[in-house]
Design a protein around this ligand. Structure first.
Ligand SMILES: *[C@@H]1O[C@H](CO)[C@@H](O)[C@H](O)[C@H]1NC(C)=O
Ligand SMILES: *[C@@H]1O[C@H](CO)[C@@H](O)[C@H](O)[C@H]1NC(C)=O
Ligand SMILES: *[C@@H]1O[C@H](CO)[C@@H](O)[C@H](O)[C@H]1NC(C)=O
Ligand SMILES: *[C@@H]1O[C@H](CO)[C@@H](O)[C@H](O)[C@H]1NC(C)=O
Ligand SMILES: *[C@@H]1O[C@H](CO)[C@@H](O)[C@H](O)[C@H]1NC(C)=O
Length: 292
């Protein structure tokens, strides 16, 4: 102290400044962060400074762009060590693409000296948000028929950095992608080729952003349409109905003939199967009724 007082102020100024600068070629250092930070997540920014003595007059401030976020005094640390301060902040949308920096300030004005400032190199922050994609798909895919499958994701930021992929049964689809406000939608038309097997196909949608990805899958059932299964059933029912009706008519005619007392089996209208059949075998069906 006695030595300091003995020096002329301007020379001392120069001396302190020289000491600050000479102690390290990079006096203030902001520790690098992961390239992308999830929005809402807390992150720590560690700032180190070499030199800057006396330490009790040293403070460090964290800046977002030109805005000062916080300020801390540097606690006393071992001689020869870098002074270090850790700031904690919560990643927000506003932080995206903004330069953060840290500034060391050695305030010696109380001693009649100056205010010495030194800033770190700026560091650009990248923040992101990534929701969960959801599939909008039919449960079943008919072979040979066009179907639309789509995948949508919201709570997505920044949309321009996101990629969306759709694949079906391990094969990539080429969807049409629509980008909206914080959302992305991929839509593809799929046709299962004739000759492909029936069964389960896994539809996968994955969205990648900022070295992260979100994936969603669903199993779709591929089936071949049975050739008109409904008309077959109806045809059978119709045939049964006709046969029953024919039987009823035949029985009625037979009964009427019996009442008239002129039973002539050969004239029965029921000539089912082959008309070539001999007349004797013709009245097969209603014969038990006739004999009754
Ligand atoms: C982030 O930090 C704030 C205070 O700094 C705290 O209230 C909050 O719970 C923290 N959030 C997480 C996700 O750790
Ligand atoms: C600098 O440190 C000295 C000694 O601790 C203290 O008396 C003085 O108030 C400090 N000045 C500032 C501006 O902090
Ligand atoms: C952030 O800093 C870099 C390097 O100095 C600069 O190129 C860039 O323009 C800055 N970005 C903003 C948003 O100020
Ligand atoms: C997402 O899809 C891309 C392209 O199909 C692929 O390269 C990547 O591995 C997929 N990610 C995951 C987690 O499956
Ligand atoms: C789809 O089916 C396969 C095999 O049957 C099964 O391993 C897989 O977990 C299923 N995936 C989903 C999303 O249900």
């Amino acid at each position: 102290m006695a030595l300091l007082k003995a020096w002329p102020k301007s020379s001392l100024n120069l001396l302190v400044f020289a000491v600050m600068l000479s102690e390290s070629p990079e006096p203030v250092n902001l520790e690098p962060l992961p390239r992308w930070i999830l929005m809402g997540q807390n992150f720590s920014l560690r700032c180190q400074v070499w030199g800057g003595k006396p330490r009790q007059n040293l403070t460090m401030a964290l800046f977002r762009g030109p805005q000062e976020l916080s300020r801390q005094a540097v606690s006393e640390q071992g001689p020869g060590k870098a002074a270090e301060v850790t700031f904690t902040a919560t990643a927000s949308r506003e932080d995206h693409g903004v330069n953060f920096s840290c500034r060391a300030e050695l305030d010696l004005r109380a001693r009649g000296l100056g205010l010495y400032q030194k800033s770190s190199a700026p560091m650009e922050l990248h923040t992101f948000a990534l929701g969960t994609p959801r599939l909008i798909v039919p449960k079943h895919l008919e072979v040979g028929k066009k179907e639309t499958v789509s995948c949508e994701i919201d709570k997505l930021f920044p949309v321009e950095n996101a990629q969306i992929h759709l694949s079906l049964g391990g094969r990539s689809l080429s969807p049409t992608v629509v980008r909206g406000q914080d959302m992305l939608r991929a839509t593809a038309i799929v046709i299962i080729a004739e000759g492909e097997k029936e069964g389960q196909r896994e539809l996968t949608c994955n969205v990648t952003l900022a070295d992260h990805d979100r994936e969603v899958q669903e199993n779709l059932t591929v089936y071949k349409s049975r050739r008109d299964p409904v008309p077959i059933v109806m045809g059978v029912l119709l045939a049964l109905g006709l046969a029953a009706m024919a039987g009823a008519i035949a029985t009625l005619c037979l009964w009427q003939n019996l009442r008239k007392g002129s039973y002539q089996p050969q004239t029965l209208p029921l000539q089912d199967r082959t008309p070539m059949e001999t007349p004797e075998t013709g009245p097969k069906g209603p014969s038990p009724v006739a004999s009754a």
